[in-house]
Every structure is written in C-alpha cells, then in structure tokens.
Design a protein around this ligand. Structure first.
Ligand SMILES: [Co+2]
Length: 447
C-alpha cells in the first residue's frame, strides 16, 4: 500500500468530476478506491482534500475540472480568473475569462420544422467546429454588455455628445484593447438624436449637448478578430415621454429575433416586425402619432470584418424570398418613427467605411495614398469616423478622404433622417444561426 500525495488525490477527484460533476464525496471515495486498490486512503482524507481545494460543490467543481482538464490536454496553464469591477468595468474581458469560456448568449430553439436540430448528432458535431468563431463573438458581446451598462449610468443631462461617445469608446478600448483592430471597436458610436435615426456621431468640434427631451439611439459595435457584435438601444432622460415608442420598437425587434431561423424567408420576418411595430401609437405634447416602421432601414447579415455581408432583413412586409442559412450571423434591428417612416441623407457626414469588394485602385493624390495607408492599418474594412482619424494624428485629410470616396475605395455614410420634428427609436441584437440552435449573442439583462 502507498500513501497518495494530495496532488494525486486531486487529479483523481477531478477526473471523476469531469465525467460526473454531480458525484458526492462518498461515491468519489468508492470510485477512487476501486481504481487505485494499492492506495492507503480514508474517506475523511478525500473529503478534507476536496473541501480544501473547492471540489465539493458539485456544479462549480465539475465545471472547473472540465476546464482544467481541457486546458491540460491543450498544454495550457490554467490561469486564475480576475473579477470584473462594478459599477465601472475596468478589467479586460479576456482576463475575466482567461480560459476562453465567455458567457453564452440567450439560446432559442428553432421552431417545429427545425426542432430536430437540437438533438442531431451531426449538427452537434458541426456546432463544435464553429465554436471557436462563436467564442470570439461571445467575447465581443460580453464587452458590449459591460460597456453599455456602464454608459447608461454615465450619461447625465447637459453632457456633450462628444463626451458620451469618447467615454464609451475609451471603455471598449480598455475592455478589448491591445490585440484587435481599432482596439475592438467595430464601428463608430452612433448617438443619433430625435428625427435622426442612424449614422450620426459627432465630428471633432461638435458642441451638441444631450437635452432632457432628446431621444437618442446608442448604436455601437465591438469585435474580436473581426467577429462583430452590432447592438443598439434607445436612451432618453425623459422615459415617460417616449415609453410607448420605445416599447413598440423593442417589441418589434424581439419579434424579428424570435422569427429568425434557418430557411426562414427574410420577407416574412419583415411582415411580422411591421405588424407588431404599427400596432402602437405615441401621444406626445397632446398629439397622437401612429408608430411607423422606417421602411428603408433594415437588419443585415454580418461576416468577418464585414458589417453588411449582403443579405438585408426588411422591417416591413415585402416580396423578399431570400432565406436565412445555417451558420449565418445577423443583426436584427428595427426603427420606429412618428414621422414619414422613411429616411434621407442629411447633415455633415461622420461615418466612412472601405468598400469590401473593391480591388486595387491607382491613386494620384499623395494625401489620398497616405490616408488609405492609415485606413488599411487601423480599420481595414471596419467602419470609422473622422474623430478616429483625428486621434491618430491625421491632419488636413478631408480632400484625401473625398478622393477615396470619389474613386469608390471608401463609402461615406451620412446621417439618416426622417422629417424634422419627428421622433425615432431603435433596438438591435446580433444573433448566430448555430447548427443546433439560435444564439442571441448580445442579449443582456437590460434588453
Ligand atoms: Co446594424
């Protein structure tokens, strides 16, 4: 008989916990004795070692053991997780989840026709193959949740929009920074106000201040290795005034999220969204307005480093017969308006993005060449705004930028506005159509 070391006992316990996380002390002791008949070991000692090493709590110990075993198999040292700070998050997300087990989004089962996928062995195998990609998106999603809950507490009446955006972006950089393109920022922080539905972020020098009666769409993106989370909510300092409009849009987006699925026709999703959205009205300053879908805005498929990957998800009924497919990522976003329900480009442009498909274009203007190099290095095909160029130290770049737009290398995305005096709201989630289930990556306890 030999006396096993503490480490040997821990290893034996963990091995059992991997397969049977629910196993208690008594059973574990019996099992160990069974497989190590030369060990001189008492149940009391096993119990003590388990207690001392946090292996008693069945679920936690099981999960810990699974992670440790997986890490050992991969030759990785298990790193101690840091705790996120609150109410202001300051710890990089990768240090809170050092073993890469980022929080899973909300899981929704597919409807009847695809119900079989949840239990299909083949689909489960496929799920494992794509798990690494999904893990990157979950990493970005966790940053999104932390940043948005922080900014909601940070915003106070009288703040400049510039301050709100820069604080939000600095927080993303802190939580994702260092390793990823533009420090994990996927696109500029939208903070479109009132009749402006999308694509407004202040340019340098913009002194716009958030007013109590403003209704602001905070639309920002995070990304890890190009896996983008595109998610938005509506913010106001006067909730009672806009409650009905915000509820309409939140419910409309939820409808889109619920309807999305493999083989679902995009047009059918639009019809379902419209029905919910347009069942609401908003009474404001003694006048009643029907809530309309903004019919020329839509959700979209997302690909790596590509915010709009080609498929659009309409938010009104139509004839779009294209279907969603397995493995696709989608941003489901809806916009409600008390105006025309139609947006046009207006105001100074702040958003720009390199055209994903365009190849080499010869440039004559040295300023344009110089700027293109900055864009390729810092943003690649991710969207950026003028403030990002300013903070990189670019000077007098507007001519060069115009040239890049003129030759089609870069696309400008000006603010999108409904008629003056109206109000618009937006909610948006990013989801992935996994082989076995739908995962709402950006789901949080706020929306
Ligand atoms: Co979007």
């Amino acid at each position: 008989m030999v006396q096993p070391t503490v480490e040997e006992v821990i290893d034996a316990v963990k091995e059992l916990k991997v397969a049977h996380p629910e196993m208690g002390v008594k059973k574990i002791f019996t099992e160990i004795k069974g497989s190590h008949d030369d060990w001189e070991l008492s149940e009391k000692r096993v119990k003590k070692i388990m207690q001392d090493n946090g292996l008693v709590n069945a679920e936690a110990a099981g999960k810990q053991a699974v992670e440790a075993a997986a890490a050992r198999a991969a030759g990785v040292k298990v790193v101690q997780a840091k705790k996120q700070t609150s109410p202001e998050p300051t710890v990089p997300i990768c240090e809170v989840y050092p073993n890469g087990n980022f929080p899973v989004g909300q899981i929704m089962e597919y409807n009847e026709a695809n119900g079989w996928r949840a239990d299909s062995l083949e689909k489960k195998e496929l799920d494992k193959v794509t798990d690494e990609i999904v893990a990157e998106a979950r990493h970005a999603a966790e940053a999104h949740r932390e940043v948005r809950q922080y900014i909601q507490h940070y915003i106070k009446p009288g703040m400049k929009m510039t301050d709100i955006c820069e604080t939000l972006e600095a927080k993303t950089r802190q939580l994702l920074g260092g390793k990823y393109m533009n420090d994990g920022i996927a696109f500029p922080t939208g903070c479109s106000l009132n009749n402006v539905a999308a694509h407004y972020t202040p340019n340098t020098g913009d002194k716009t201040v958030l007013q109590t009666d403003d209704i602001c769409k905070i639309d920002f993106g995070t990304q890890v290795h190009g896996r983008i989370i595109d998610s938005a909510f509506t913010f106001t300092l006067n909730k009672p005034r806009y409650e009905a409009l915000m509820t309409a849009v939140r419910e409309a987006t939820e409808t889109g999220v619920r309807e999305a699925g493999i083989d679902v026709r995009l047009g059918d999703i639009g019809a379902a969204i419209q029905e919910v959205m347009e069942s609401y009205e908003l009474e404001v300053d003694g006048k009643t307005f029907p809530v309309k879908c903004v019919r020329n805005l839509n959700g979209h498929s997302i690909d790596r480093y590509r915010i709009h990957a080609g498929k659009s998800v309409p938010i009104v009924k139509g004839r779009e017969g294209t279907k969603m497919e397995e493995g696709e990522f989608y941003a489901i976003e809806t916009f409600g308006s008390t105006g025309k329900g139609y947006v046009h480009e207006d105001m100074e442009c702040s958003h720009y993005m390199k055209n994903f498909d365009v190849g080499h274009v010869p440039l004559r203007l040295p300023k344009a060449k110089e700027l293109l190099k900055v864009i390729d290095t810092n943003f690649s095909t991710l969207a950026f705004c003028r403030r990002y160029l300013d903070r990189l130290g670019c000077k007098q770049y507007l001519m060069g930028l115009k040239n890049l737009c003129d030759v089609g290398l870069v696309e400008p995305y000006p603010p999108l506005c409904d008629i003056k005096g109206c109000y618009t709201a937006q909610y948006e989630h990013t989801l992935v159509l996994r082989p076995t289930c739908k995962e709402i990556l950006s789901r949080g306890d706020d929306y």
